[in-house]
Design a protein around this ligand. Structure first.
Ligand code: IVH
Length: 686
């Protein structure tokens, strides 16, 4: 509301707001199926509170502001808490935390002047508040918080949670190990994030309703009519406080936590004490926020508590929240929004990723308008449709992701989405590999940079000087549309690139020229057939004379090769069927690529010619001079000869019919040269 409206209009507006909040309370607390985010709910609630404080005559006894939480589910019995479970005031801003500390300070100042105040800071676990009643150390009643006064009795369900002691441990340090006649333990039931993801996957896989987040999953699991279902859900419990504790006085919150730990409860390891200064609390909040993603449980902020219980009691409560504690929340990172469309993005490795185009929504300070749906399987499991209202999460620097769909918001007009069977960028066919759909087009623009990087890499064609920066520029300037185009680059093209001098351009051209003479296995590896790496390439070379023979291979030819399975065979066939592959091969032929089956002739760069000192050589295959002679030449220049190839070998000199040593050299990335290149290396020195 903007103010200045008529009284009647304000009244109608407030009523409307109340209705909305009632509805969302019901969805959240009773059904465990929220339709709006917590942040959105907080906004509505705050707006109502503000309007009611401005127009107190509009406050009604059934206003949501007069009650916290919602009615218990009728099927469960109710439980009246002996002392109310208070709620926390939530703030998001530093300034509000300073205000809180200031209020505490002033309140406690009294007549005797300043008092020392120490805060305990706990993580605010994003789960569900519970109260556990222990009689003589035995769990007798477990209940939800409900509206703070009355909760649901869910003892049987809570008994299934392994971290809730059915019987407390004796506290050896006090009470002579005799349990208290009555102890009320308060804490939070939650579902670990990893387990939540797992559960949702399982539910999605079975076509069952998935949960929006770990909190809803915990709520949905703990409020089950059948305790067996609860028992099958991975729930956990952190204790953070006590209600009544007959026969035991605690003087600080820290003491309470320590006691709870000793008698067998799990306490969050992130709890800290000793905060005397509110600025330290603010700094700590920042640190915990950074650590948030490393934890396996969701926290939505920190809880700042006055440690001294006498001070707590003096501070007391105002309208069901305590004046001695505060929730300092993190910015929400989950929002609800509309899926306007689903599009497909092709990544640098050719993976097709479905992406939801969203009604833009601010999440933790950033406007999010796209969110990943990961892959086809995820999309199906979550059953996201165009027109759906979804929960979107943006955690830290991670790409925003669609977490789940709010199915209750469906109107029937939503449209299902199917992954395309052709690449939306280049039109080539796609291939499914597990959950990932991949484009196999060799001239696919989306993949070009990656493809060229691979083509030029050391283990492929080894085109020196063709680094990532240069490749990116070549693609961005449209100088190349597939890998073969590299061989048609001119010096003029290269000189147009940023920071490209004459010498570097010439070096690249020389390297390209040099790379044209290669081996068949390097070439097969370089052209980038999915599933065909170095090893498979060498298997293929043993069976096919040249690229042409490989291109003509049938499925049966391929699978008859040991180690080549159906998936690889299909991938090879599909690759050669593509129009873009034919074009690439023709271009490579025009570029005069030549290859030998095994021997390799790699020329030498200038600087390599200079220095034989300390270099290790291995000779293999048939060479024209006797080995002894070769040995004496190498040694004359300070090098040495070894009989087997290792990572420390600098050069393998390969002659005709070179065998395993050559293969090993290729595997280890050891430089391989032919006899001619070797002679060239030494001739200038002879
Ligand atoms: S203390 C007066 N400590 O936050 C103090 N509550 O509105 C009352 N919560 O749903 C609560 N972590 O379940 C406290 N370390 C923590 C907490 C915590 C999470 C939840 C609690 C309740 C809400 C309070």
């Amino acid at each position: 509301m903007t103010g200045g409206e008529g009284k009647e209009a304000v009244k109608r507006y407030v009523e409307d707001l109340r209705k909305k909040i009632h509805y969302h309370n019901y969805r959240y607390y009773v059904l465990d199926e929220p339709e709006i985010s917590d942040a959105e709910y907080d906004r509505l609630f705050k707006e109502l509170e503000e309007l009611e404080s401005k127009y107190p005559e509009l406050v009604t006894s059934d206003s949501p502001t007069q009650r916290v939480g919602a009615k218990p589910l009728e099927e469960f019995g109710t439980y009246e808490h002996s002392t109310p479970l208070l709620s926390l005031n939530s703030v998001y801003e530093e300034e509000e935390v300073r205000d809180f500390a200031e209020r505490v300070r002033i309140f406690l100042r009294g007549v005797d002047g300043e008092e020392e105040i120490e805060y305990v800071v706990e993580p605010k676990i994003d789960g569900l508040a519970m109260e556990l009643v222990y009689e003589d150390g035995v769990l007798s009643i477990g209940s939800t918080r409900g509206d703070g006064k009355t909760g649901e009795r869910i003892t049987q369900n809570l008994r299934t949670i392994k971290t809730i002691p059915l019987r407390t441990l004796p506290d050896a340090d006090a009470d002579a190990g005799v349990p208290l006649p009555l102890l009320e333990v308060r804490g939070e039931v939650f579902m670990p994030v990893s387990k939540f993801k797992h559960l949702n996957e399982e539910l999605g896989g079975k076509g069952e309703k998935m949960f929006a987040n770990p909190r809803n999953a915990a709520a949905g699991s703990v409020r089950q009519l059948d305790p067996k279902v609860t028992a099958s859900r991975p729930l956990d419990f952190f204790a953070y406080g006590v209600g009544r504790a007959e026969g035991r006085e605690f003087s600080t919150q820290w003491e309470v936590l320590d006691y709870l730990r000793r008698i067998g409860f799990k306490i969050s390891p992130l709890i800290r004490r000793g905060f005397a200064n509110v600025e330290d609390v603010i700094r700590h909040h920042e640190e915990v926020k950074e650590k948030r993603d490393e934890l396996d449980y969701e926290i939505d902020g920190i809880v700042v508590k006055v440690n001294n219980i006498d001070q707590q009691n003096r501070l007391g409560t105002i309208s069901r929240s305590s004046r001695w504690a505060l929730a300092y929340k993190f910015p929400a990172r989950e929002e609800f929004t509309l899926v306007k469309d689903i599009v497909v993005q092709v990544g640098r490795t050719g993976a097709l990723t479905p992406v939801a185009v969203l009604e833009p929504v601010p999440i933790a300070g950033v406007t999010v308008s796209r969110a990943t749906l990961h892959n086809e399987d995820e999309l199906k499991k979550k059953d996201v449709r165009i027109g759906d209202t979804v929960v979107v999460e943006r955690a830290g620097d991670v790409i925003p992701e669609v977490v789940s769909v709010i199915k209750s918001k469906r109107t029937g007009a939503e449209k299902e989405f199917r992954m395309p069977d052709r690449c939306p960028v280049c039109g080539a066919e796609v291939m499914k590999e597990g959950p990932i759909v991949r484009c196999i087009g060799v001239s696919c623009e989306a993949q070009l940079i990656e493809r060229i990087k691979h083509f030029a890499s050391l283990r492929a064609l080894n085109i020196e000087g063709l680094g990532e920066k240069v490749i990116e520029q070549l693609v961005d300037n449209n100088f190349v549309s597939d890998t073969a185009d590299l061989f048609f680059l001119t010096k003029r093209d290269l000189l147009k690139l940023e920071r490209m001098g004459d010498k570097s351009a010439q070096n690249i051209l020389d390297a390209l020229e040099k790379s044209k003479h290669t081996t068949l296995s390097r070439l097969i590896h370089a052209i980038g057939i999915r599933h065909v790496g170095e090893h498979t390439a060498s298997l293929l070379v043993d069976n096919f004379r040249d690229v042409e023979a490989l291109r003509n291979a049938s499925y049966d030819d391929l699978v008859s090769i040991p180690e080549i399975g159906p998936e690889v065979a299909k991938s090879i066939l599909l690759f050669f069927e593509q129009e873009s592959t034919q074009q690439l091969l023709e271009k490579l032929e025009r570029a005069c690529i030549s290859y030998e089956k095994k021997e390799i002739a790699v020329g030498l760069a200038e600087e390599e010619k200079e220095n034989l000192e300390g270099k290790t050589f291995v000779f293999t295959g048939r060479i024209s001079m006797p080995r002894e002679e070769a040995k004496s030449i190498v040694e004359r220049f300070g090098g040495r000869i070894a009989s087997s190839v290792s990572k420390r070998t600098d050069y393998v000199v390969a002659g005709a019919q070179a065998g395993s040593k050559l293969e090993r050299a290729e595997k280890l990335g050891v430089k391989t040269i032919n006899e001619e290149a070797f002679m060239e290396m030494v001739s200038e020195r002879v």
